[in-house]
Design a protein around this ligand. Structure first.
Ligand code: AMP
Length: 424
């Protein structure tokens, strides 16, 4: 191990990249505000049992992917692999259900899964997620689909697909489960090792196995949509009715089951084809049984999680113009000495107005300073020449239009107006 090498599957997010992240975070807060969601920040690690019970013992995450460790007090703790179980834990611990329902929360932060890293799949990655607890209204399932769509759209992403399914409730799923086992049993020897071991423990997982042979076998498996009970069918029909009324385009996919055991009824996933094999940019569903499973009263709930790295990869692959990083408001070019002193004074003033201002600290030539301004994509360049300074003026060049203006430094309001900065 080299000290200068980061752990496999992790990323540094620094200059040139962090700007996009901050812009995305702003958009997340904007869209959550519109839908009335409040942020909840939970710990990065939780008791291991929360995830074992919450996510399900036979899921890939719990069986193979958790970062679990024993702390010095001999407790088993796990770096959170997802955000829903911690939100549910916090909802119960803080008695949020005693207040006005439904409770609408969002979270944003790192998640950890020991997966095989590849483009779009990391061991530490970031999720933005939303959870609504305390209502079974199908309109909330639809809002959990619409809110992330609004975010994708606000980022300028187009061409993503929405897939939805219903996996019913424990009652109707039991009948379907039996049918599925009966269908798959004769193929047992041809299934992959994982599917063989899950055939009786968690047969629904066979439906989203990525192994070619298993996919082929499951092609003709019975569809869960044919086994939904009356209530689940009605709920799903209402979801579809709302989606149609809002003119949301979606694809029904009766094989969509998702990687967590806590889902009930509606499940959904959004994909972006340009991402190759890791094409899911988010997913979610209803989890009406999880809160009870975690020791609370029966409480219906629904949620969704966006993979932030993948969303940014999708935006980059699309070359989204409204999502490229912007440069400083102005680069102040000086000639050293008195001109640098003046530039420092004006930089101090403009930065005090909240504007991003850059200047040279390496005593470089004017040519090199102009190059630096271009590289940073500076909107304007202010040239502090000796001549202009003797008249207490500066030349402002707009780098987009090439237009130049001399501005008197005795009138700083005029300087702000020339830079296009708000002076109210
Ligand atoms: P999940 O919590 O598995 O439903 O995932 C929700 C979203 O998080 C997925 O659609 C991906 O966009 C993203 N995601 C999940 N696992 C990873 C990972 N290992 N690396 C990067 N993004 C991920």
């Amino acid at each position: 191990m080299k000290l200068t090498t980061k752990p496999r599957g992790t990323n540094d997010i620094g200059p040139g990249e962090i700007e996009l992240w901050l812009e995305l975070e702003e958009k997340i807060r904007w869209v959550c505000h519109a839908y009335g969601y409040t942020e909840l920040r939970t710990p990065i690690f939780e008791h291991t049992e929360l995830f074992q019970r919450g996510i399900g013992e036979t899921t890939d995450i719990v069986e193979k992917e958790m970062y679990t460790f024993i702390d010095r007090g001999d407790r088993s703790l796990t770096l959170r692999p997802e955000g829903t179980a911690p939100v549910v834990r916090s909802y119960l611990e803080n008695k949020m259900g005693a207040g006005a329902l439904p409770v609408k929360l969002f979270y944003y932060g790192p998640m950890f899964r020991y997966e095989r890293p590849q483009a779009g799949r990391y061991r530490q990655f970031t999720q933005f997620g939303l959870e609504v607890l305390g209502s079974a209204d199908p309109l909330l399932d639809v809002e959990a689909i619409v809110l992330p769509m609004e975010l994708y759209k606000a980022c300028g992403l187009s061409g993503f697909e929405v897939e939805i399914n219903s996996i019913g409730c424990p009652t109707c799923r039991k009948e379907y489960r039996d049918k599925l086992v009966a269908y798959a049993e004769p193929y047992n020897d041809e299934l992959c090792g994982s599917c063989q071991s899950r055939l009786h423990r968690n047969p629904l997982r066979l439906l989203d196995c990525k192994v070619e042979k298993c996919k082929e076998i499951m092609e003709n498996a019975p569809s869960i949509l044919d086994y939904l009970c009356g209530d689940c069918k009605e709920h799903f029909n209402m979801v579809i009715t709302y989606l149609d009324a809002l003119d949301i385009k979606y694809k029904l996919n009766s094989r969509l089951v998702r990687g967590f055991d806590y889902y009930t009824r509606t499940v959904f996933e959004m994909t972006y084809a340009g991402l190759g094999s890791q094409n899911a940019i988010g997913g979610g569903g209803r989890y009406d049984g999880l809160i009870e499973e975690c020791g609370g009263p029966p409480t219906p709930a629904v949620g969704y999680a966006v993979g932030v790295e993948r969303l940014l990869l999708a935006l980059k692959s699309q070359n989204s113009s409204d999502f490229t990083s912007k440069g400083p408001k102005a680069y102040l070019v000086h000639f050293g000495g008195e001109t640098k002193l003046k530039a420092a004074e004006i930089a101090y003033f403009l930065r005090g107005q909240g504007l991003w201002i850059e200047l040279d600290y390496l005593d470089r030539s004017v040519r090199a300073q102009m190059k630096a301004a271009n590289r940073l994509k500076s909107e304007n360049v202010l040239v502090f020449g000796e001549d202009e300074l003797s008249r207490n003026a500066v030349v402002v060049r707009n780098m987009g239009s090439g237009e130049e203006k001399q501005v008197n430094l005795g009138d700083l309001k005029q300087l702000l107006i020339t830079l296009g900065a708000d002076t109210e």
